[in-house]
Each structure stands twice: as C-alpha cells, then as structure tokens.
Design a protein around this ligand. Structure first.
Ligand code: CP3
Length: 361
C-alpha cells in the first residue's frame, strides 16, 4: 500500500491506467493518477450530436422518457471524450413529475411547474412516486449500461430535496430562489412535509436506479448556497443525511456523491454527518481548503469554473494546473464546479481532457 501513497510510483500509475475503471478504483480507495474525470451536464447543448438528437425528440421531457434517445445522449460525451463516467440523461424534475405535479419545459429550456403553495396544492401530490412514469429512465439505464465499456462507470442521480422543492414551490427557474426561501420562513411545517416526501421519493428513485445498473448516484443540491447556515442544516444537510442512511439500508454498498453547491462554511462537517463517499464542490470553494479540511476518507470532486473552460487558453491552463496541485496525493474526481455551459467550444473540452490525462503529476 505504501507505494500507492508516496507518489507516482510504478504501481501507482499501473493500478489506474486508462483501461481500468478509474472512477470505481478511486471510490474503492486508490489515489489514481491521472484522476478519473467527467463533467456535470456533459450530455447537452455544447455537443452538435446532442443538438441533432434533441431536434428529433419533441419536448425535452419526451426526450428524457424515450429510452433509445436518452441512452444515446448518455453515451455521446463518453464516445467523443472518453470520460471515465457517463451520467444518465434525464433531469432532476422527473421526480415532481412522477409525484403528479404538472411539469413542462419551455422552448427556451426553462422548466414550468404549477407551484405548490397551499395545503390544497400539496394534497394533490401522490403519496409516493408513480414508478411507471419513471420506468423509461430505468430502461435508459439498462440500455446505457449494456453499451458502456467496463472501464466506464454509469452515474445515476436525483436532485436533493431542497433543490427540488425550490422548483416545486417557485414553479420556475430563479436567480436566488426567493420564493422557496420565503416559503421556508413562512410555511415551515408545509415545507417540512414536502421535504419528507422528497426524502422518501429520492430513496425509492435512487434504489431503483441502482437496481437498474448504475455504479454510483449523485445528489444535486444546486441551491444549497442560497440558505443561511442555520437553514442549511435543516433543509439541506438533514435531508441528504436521511437519504444516505435509508438508501444504505436497502443497498449497503451504495456509492454516494453529494453536491451541496455552496460556500466552505457549510461543508466542514457535511461529510462526517451525512456519510457520503464523494463531496462535489462548487466553483466558489477553495480546493486547497477542502483538501486540508475534509477527511481523506472522502473523495473530492470538482471544481473547475465552467467559465474558465468556456474561456480556454491561459486561463484554462492555469485553473486546471491549480486544481491538480491542490489535490495532489489525495483521491479526486476531476469535474467542473457546475454544469458545462452551452457555448463552450469543443476544442476547449478536448484540451481539458488532454491536460488532466497528461499533466496530472
Ligand atoms: O449530462 C448530464 O449532466 C445529465 C443530464 C442532466 C440534465 N439536468 C439535463 C438537462 C442533469 C444531471 C440535470 C440536473 C439538473 N436539472 C439540475 C441540477 C444541476 C444543475 O445544473 O444545477 C437542475 C437544477 C435541473 C433543472 C433544470 N433542467 C433546469 C433549471 C433546466 C433549464 C435550464 C438549463 O440549464 O437548460 C433544465 C433543462 C435541462 N436539463 C437541459 C438538459 C440537457 C436543457 C434542455 C434542452 O436541451 O433543451
């Protein structure tokens, strides 16, 4: 084991060459050089082949619920860039959809839901997920898994209860989620009931994804950072902790990534309390701080600024170098600090892959 720790020994590299599943090796305890990499929103509009598929698909939701198309979208970025993991092509908002809340995506891409604001609105939701509505996602997983090489992992996901609740309450995208935050202050009891429902729904949904074949799951808490510390604990940390505990009762070995996108102050004890395997970090987090503060038993994931990738050139080189230096010697999954932007040039992504694979030393 010692030679694994001291640096780039032969065994160090050989254990993690490009033909092994470096994503899984990292989760199992090895420090891989180069680190495994994938990008949040890697299946998306920056890819011309995605745009072509999207044009055939009708509405975005139909796209998510058509397994041959969704499986193809899942595989496209892996085929082009040989990422170490694919993420199932779907959306976090299929959960409210399967709870019976009316959901559409506008032409511009933004979601529209009938907001849950009163006990009557809440009462219209199902008591649990309608599994039949989600069967196509599970079929997408089986199809994608069957086509992926053994060296590439498949990641399933759900939104964290707080982030999903932001859309369920607000009804649309928002720069600050003010509607959901007001609701959290004014309607604590109703929000708690909604969060509890989402905890149970998320456990079911992630369990089904694991049973359908995903190797790991990611819980996206994109809006964790809009809450003050005291509220973060209740609406973000506790629900994720509950999901992890309940999921592991059903799947003891479940590999769980959480992405509580927010500042350092909320993350120091997040991993110890939630017992996740991987901590996804947003762009605003200092990776050096994370490497020094977060237990080495936790894999760090992140956190290149998507705008540095869009910019390319010297800014990208500097940012990637900084990340690789900050996490040197510890388990790390290279990723962005948020989703890839639609206008990102393909050549920048190709250069990023080359840098991470070649310069990681
Ligand atoms: O490649 C992947 O990462 C897998 C697919 C994926 C999508 N959405 C596809 C998608 C994943 C993991 C998500 C997660 C998601 N969806 C989050 C959490 C992470 C994040 O990015 O913040 C959130 C908040 C949503 C909700 C959502 N879906 C919004 C707000 C929007 C509209 C704005 C936008 O970014 O486009 C979507 C639409 C959506 N989800 C698209 C894609 C590829 C674009 C729709 C299109 O192609 O027409």
């Amino acid at each position: 084991m010692f030679f694994l720790i001291i640096g780039r020994g032969v065994g160090f590299f050989e254990n993690c060459d490009l033909k092994t599943n470096r994503f899984l090796k990292t989760l199992e305890g090895e420090v891989c050089v180069p680190p495994p990499m994938w990008l949040m929103r890697q299946a998306g509009r920056y890819l011309p082949e995605y745009q072509a598929l999207r044009a055939k698909a009708g509405s975005f939701l139909d796209f998510c619920y058509t397994p041959p198309l969704a499986a193809e979208a899942t595989l496209q970025p892996v085929r082009r860039f040989r990422f170490d993991a694919a993420i199932v092509f779907s959306d976090i908002l299929v959960v409210p959809d399967a709870l019976g809340q009316k959901l559409t995506f506008e032409e511009t891409g933004g979601p529209k839901l009938d907001p849950i604001l009163t006990p009557k609105d809440f009462g219209r939701l199902h008591a649990e997920l309608d599994r039949r509505r989600l069967d196509p996602v599970l079929e997408t997983i089986a199809r994608a898994k069957a086509q992926l090489a053994a060296d590439t992992a498949l990641i399933g996901f759900c939104g964290a209860p707080w982030t999903v609740a932001c859309y369920m309450v607000g009804g649309k995208s928002s720069p600050d989620q003010a509607a959901a935050r007001l609701f959290a202050y004014r309607e604590q009891a109703m929000l708690q009931r909604l969060i509890d429902l989402l905890v149970e729904a998320s456990v079911d949904y992630l369990s089904w994804q694991i049973e359908a074949g995903v190797d790991a799951v990611q819980i996206f808490d994109t809006w964790a950072g809009v809450l003050p510390c005291s509220e973060f604990e209740r609406w973000c940390l506790e629900p994720v902790k509950a999901i992890v505990a309940k999921l592991r009762l059903r799947h003891k070995a479940a590999r769980i990534i959480a992405f509580p996108k927010g500042p350092e102050r909320s993350l120091a004890d997040f991993t110890a309390r939630t017992k996740i395997d991987v901590l996804g970090l947003g762009t605003c987090v200092d990776l050096q701080w994370a490497a020094e503060t977060i237990s080495a038993g936790v894999v760090l994931q992140g956190n290149l600024d998507p705008l540095a990738l869009a910019a390319g050139g010297a800014a990208l080189e500097r940012a990637v170098h900084g990340i690789l230096q900050a996490v040197k010697g510890r388990r790390h999954i290279f990723n962005l600090g948020h989703g890839i932007l639609p206008h990102t040039p393909l050549s920048h992504v190709a250069r990023l892959v080359e840098m991470v694979r070649r310069d990681a030393d």
